[in-house]
Design a protein around this ligand. Structure first.
Ligand code: GDP
Length: 177
């Protein structure tokens, strides 16, 4: 039996951004015979969801942390253990975009995360009035000096329909390995 390389990936973002739905979609895509939770039954994360995907000879362990304000203070306990970050944005929630940006900036300033690959997901692209990834990009890249030289990709996705989910995971694997 060969020991697989295991990498820890944190899934962060405001509550209701779609973190749990994304993790379910990823598990569904990359796990044989996986029957995920019904997306309509997923409720916002309080505490922690964990999921694993084996891909290209490595194991990815995902930690989906709760996004409510009270829970955000727990995120940095996990930073030192993480090999990559997925930051999920609700592209349909223009009102909370500044809040999401603020939380994002605070996160990427953390020393433990310097150099860690960062996948930013403009989620809920299936909704007709959502902001496009193109609109969201400049908002989040304004923090370019904070992002620094780490690998960073901002991509459109719909965790609900699964559109764009594989591309993101594949990019992560390549960046981590
Ligand atoms: P979390 O709090 O970040 O874990 O968010 P959830 O995964 O619980 O999702 C919050 C709500 O957004 C749920 O009602 C989901 O069904 C919905 N949602 C998540 N992703 C998408 C998406 O890509 N499109 C749409 N339309 N709804 C989504």
């Amino acid at each position: 039996l060969t020991q697989k390389d295991e990498y820890c990936i944190l899934i962060l973002g405001l509550d209701n951004a779609g973190k749990t739905t994304y993790l379910e979609a990823a598990k569904t895509k990359f796990t044989k015979n996986y029957r995920g939770m019904n997306p309509n039954k997923i409720t916002t994360t309080v505490g922690l969801n964990i999921g694993q995907i084996d891909i290209q000879g490595v194991r990815l362990s995902f930690w989906d942390l709760g996004g409510q304000q009270e829970l955000q203070s727990l995120w940095d306990k996990y930073y030192s253990e993480s090999h990559a970050i997925i930051y999920v944005i609700d592209s349909n929630d223009r009102e909370r975009m500044p809040e999401s940006k603020e939380v994002f900036d605070k996160m990427i300033c953390n020393d433990y995360l310097s150099g860690v690959p960062l996948l930013v997901l403009a989620n809920k692209q299936d909704l007709p009035d959502c902001m496009s990834a193109r609109e969201i990009k400049p908002v989040f890249q304004e923090a370019g000096h904070l992002i620094g030289r780490r690998d960073c990709l901002i991509m459109p996705v719909s965790a609900l329909t699964g559109e764009g989910v594989d591309e993101g995971i594949k990019w992560l694997v390549e960046s981590i390995k």
